[in-house]
Design a protein around this ligand. Structure first.
Ligand SMILES: [Fe+2]
Ligand SMILES: [Fe+2]
Length: 137
């Protein structure tokens, strides 16, 4: 899974963070493909989770600052994912396979970026064109 410019929401700082998340996903994907041991997989998962927490905090702060109307739901979607990661990690400890993990993250992340993140980005660019409008992706 690689970053694709069609994933861009058009806010440079956010797009850069999304790219970084894809890099972490790629690291997990490679570890799974190489059948790396569980501790390696867990290391990459921890890195991804840490970075996602940071990214979610940035987005949620931005949405607070611009008083995005749907910010509560957006924050809840982030929180639910973080809860699911904990569950997923538990399952992985038992089964020690990473395939579901990669599919799960890719699916969640792409859907979230292409729908919810894109919606708030459109709002932010519309409401604050001087700050966020018209930048190359
Ligand atoms: Fe988000
Ligand atoms: Fe995001």
């Amino acid at each position: 899974m690689k970053w694709d410019n069609s994933f861009a929401v058009g806010i440079e700082a956010i797009d850069n963070q999304h790219k970084k998340i894809f890099e972490h996903l790629l690291a997990i994907e490679n570890a799974v493909a190489k059948r790396d041991p569980w501790n390696i997989l867990r290391f990459h998962l921890a890195q991804l989770t840490e970075y996602m927490k940071f990214h979610f905090a940035v987005e949620e702060s931005l949405l607070e600052i611009v008083t995005y109307p749907d910010r509560a739901n957006h924050g809840e979607a982030h929180a639910r994912l973080l809860d699911q990661i904990v569950e997923l990690e538990d399952q992985l400890k038992k089964k020690a396979t990473g395939e579901n993990l990669v599919a799960f993250f890719e699916d969640w992340f792409i859907r979230h970026v292409l729908s919810s993140d894109r919606e708030y980005a459109a709002y932010v660019k519309e409401e604050f064109p001087a700050l966020f409008g018209r930048r190359p992706a």
